[in-house]
Design a protein around this ligand. Structure first.
Ligand code: NAP
Length: 268
């Protein structure tokens, strides 16, 4: 260690995000709604995007009512290129820059198999979970790369279905496996823009995306396979999210962090 390097106990603000601006897609409900509050509480300006403007505005008002909270909401459809460009521009107009992008918006297509999904199911899931993630990341990378002094962190929300899967998750599991690989390729190619690119891969938490399974009659048996014997809570993601967003993760890029109570280690 050089004389100039502070030891960890001299870096109490290691996970702080003061002065940074974070964009969160799919912030109208579930993980994205929660993540916006976590990043704001760590000191970031936050820009919330999703299609349900009323829900976004309610969360923005809530965050702005916190001591030090600074949030804006933007109506965002990640399937629309102009909408994504406007989302990034709103961040720049309001806060001068964008430093953190949480690619969280995601959909599933119900409990269908590869034999029962339709072409529309395939397009909807792959376009939202993968193509849109790439598109917004490209715009964000151009913004970060335009200023040599700027650095950025992209956090792609993956899923344990990239490692393990079960019947009835065909296009969703395929899309999340792609998110893992997209993360690795973007980390490799994005370093020259001053970017770190990582993925946070949650296990199962009850939301609109997961309720098809978690509220089904398979739920108890499914939960019994998780070493910690419980589904996740949003708060279980807070530490890993802040690690990837902040300087605490400054030497991390291309990683996928699985946060699942040990689910992917379960016996076959
Ligand atoms: N729940 C789990 O157990 C679990 C586990 C692993 C990973 N995940 C992932 O976590 C992420 C968030 O999902 P969630 O579980 O929190 O479910 P959720 O509550 O349904 O959230 C999905 C979010 O995506 C947004 N969204 C969907 N299509 C969009 C579009 N075209 N444009 C903009 N926003 C769009 C939705 O907002 P609008 O409808 O308002 O646009 C909503 O805010 C997803 O990537 C999901 O795959 C979830």
């Amino acid at each position: 260690m050089t004389a100039a390097t502070p030891s960890p106990h001299q870096r109490p603000n290691l996970f702080r995000l003061d002065g940074k601006t974070a964009l969160i897609t799919g912030a109208s409900s579930g993980f994205g709604h929660h993540f916006a509050g976590v990043l704001a509480a760590a000191g970031a300006n936050v820009v919330l995007g999703a299609r349900r403007t009323d829900k976004i505005q309610a969360r923005v008002d809530e965050i702005n009512s916190f001591d030090g909270g600074r949030a804006i909401g933007v109506t965002l459809d990640v399937l629309n290129a102009d909408s994504m460009a406007a989302f990034l521009q709103a961040s720049i107009d309001e806060f001068g820059q964008a430093n953190i992008l949480v690619n969280n918006a995601g959909v599933e297509s119900g409990a269908k198999t590869y034999a029962t999904i339709t072409e529309d199911d395939w397009d909807s899931v792959l376009d939202t979970n993968v193509k849109a993630l790439w598109h917004l990341s490209k715009l964000f990378s151009e913004h970060v790369g335009a200023d040599k002094a700027r650095t950025g962190s992209i956090i792609n929300i993956g899923s344990i279905t990239a490692w393990r899967t079960l019947k009835g998750q065909f296009p969703y599991a395929v899309s999340k496996a792609a998110v893992k690989k997209v993360t690795e390729v973007m980390a490799l190619e994005g370093a020259r823009f001053g970017l770190r690119v990582n993925s946070l891969a949650p296990g199962y938490v009850l939301t609109d995306v997961s309720k098809v399974l978690l509220e089904s009659d398979r739920s108890d048996a499914f939960r019994a396979r998780i070493p910690q014997r419980r589904y996740g809570e949003f708060e279980d993601m807070d530490g890993p999210l802040l690690l990837l967003a902040s300087d605490a993760g400054s030497y991390m890029t291309g990683a996928s962090i699985v946060v699942d109570g040990g689910h992917i280690c379960s016996e076959i």
